[in-house]
Design a protein around this ligand. Structure first.
Ligand code: DTR
Ligand code: CA
Ligand code: ZN
Ligand code: ZN
Length: 319
């Protein structure tokens, strides 16, 4: 895993390249000794307004379909169709994988960005389903919308990473990571070994947010920790979700996993409120698995930071 370049370094490298080119054009011999090592371009900013627009779509879908986007209900498939439409229009190769759970039909959506080394696949995923009791905007429209907008940013940038990029939206996570486990189980041993890392994003916009980084793989953890350190945002390691979200089947298959989490029904401590703001003694998300997990159940700053951290990790880990 290359050393984490500071965000400023790629721009300096670009400037150095332009200077060198100008010198060459002018016939001079560019001085290269001790030049700043050229690193990959920095990730673009992810516009949080665009992420929230996806959340508003998810909210509208839930409202029009019995108040939820749960496995086996119309709201789930409508959510998937929305995400797929955006990705198809942006040039991704999408596939919908069907499965059955609890007597109902479920679907995973997998989107490949054409290009890159298919022997080194970097994946980013989020569960798209909600519980039956509500629209699931933070859990997990937030993760779904954040990786969708990151994928669209890849397209806008016509990003050409070394590794192959694959994004996934999982069905039936709320029933026990059914969709993601179905996907991992469908992979041959060879195809599992081609996945260099799986990044999971499940609840990244909690209204009383914390900033938790998965600690399952040190190299993946470092990418996120360093990014937030660069923003001056303290982080804590994430342990509450061990085995409780879609990274679990990947980890069980020996694939390195990482991710971000902004908190669920656990209460924020006074020490955490001191460093992160928000309200001590209250849950990170008081509407967890409830009907009030709506489009207003989001902290915009947390969603913005999470989305930008996701983009940074995708750019950094695929170069
Ligand atoms: N998002 C929850 C699962 C969950 C609870 N705590 C964590 C921590 C980190 C990731 C996921 C979770 C759900 O889908 O029910
Ligand atoms: Ca942003
Ligand atoms: Zn949930
Ligand atoms: Zn979740």
């Amino acid at each position: 895993m290359p050393l984490h370049p500071s965000p400023i370094r790629p721009r300096l490298a670009t400037a150095a390249l332009f200077t060198a080119a100008a010198l060459i054009t002018a016939g001079a011999t560019p001085v290269t000794a001790g030049a700043t090592p050229v690193t990959a371009a920095a990730a673009p900013d992810i516009p949080v307004t665009s992420v929230k627009a996806h959340l508003n779509q998810f909210q509208s879908i839930a409202t029009a379909n019995g108040g939820n986007r749960a496995h086996g209900r119309p709201g789930y498939k409508a959510s998937l169709d929305y995400v797929k439409g955006k990705l198809d229009a942006a040039g991704f190769t999408t596939s919908v994988k069907q499965f059955t759970s609890g007597g109902r039909t479920g679907y995973n959506l997998v989107a490949d960005w054409p290009g890159g080394d298919t022997d080194q696949v970097l994946m980013a995923g989020a569960h798209l389903d909600s519980v039956t009791t509500g629209p699931g905007i933070n859990d997990n429209g937030s993760g779904s919308a954040a990786i969708l907008e990151t994928a669209l940013a890849v397209s806008r940038a016509q990003f050409k990473p070394t590794k192959h990029l694959r994004f996934a939206w999982w069905g039936a996570e709320e029933l026990g990571m059914v969709g993601s486990r179905n996907y991992v189980n469908s992979l041959s041993v060879a195809n599992r070994s081609r996945i260099s890392g799986y990044l999971n994003f499940d609840m990244v916009g909690s209204p009383n947010p914390g900033y938790f980084v998965y600690d399952d793989d040190p190299a993946l953890e470092k990418v996120f920790k360093d990014y937030y350190a660069g923003l001056g945002v303290p982080t804590e390691i994430e342990t509450e979700g061990d085995g409780r979200s879609d990274h679990a089947p990947f980890k069980s298959a020996g694939i390195p996993v990482g991710g971000l989490f902004s908190g669920a029904d656990y209460r924020k401590t006074a020490a955490q409120a001191q460093k992160w703001g928000g309200t001590a003694g209250k849950p990170f998300d008081a509407c967890y698995h409830s009907s009030c997990d709506t489009a207003t159940n989001i902290d915009t700053t947390a969603l913005d930071r999470s989305s930008d951290a996701i983009a940074h990790a995708v750019w950094e880990l695929s170069e």
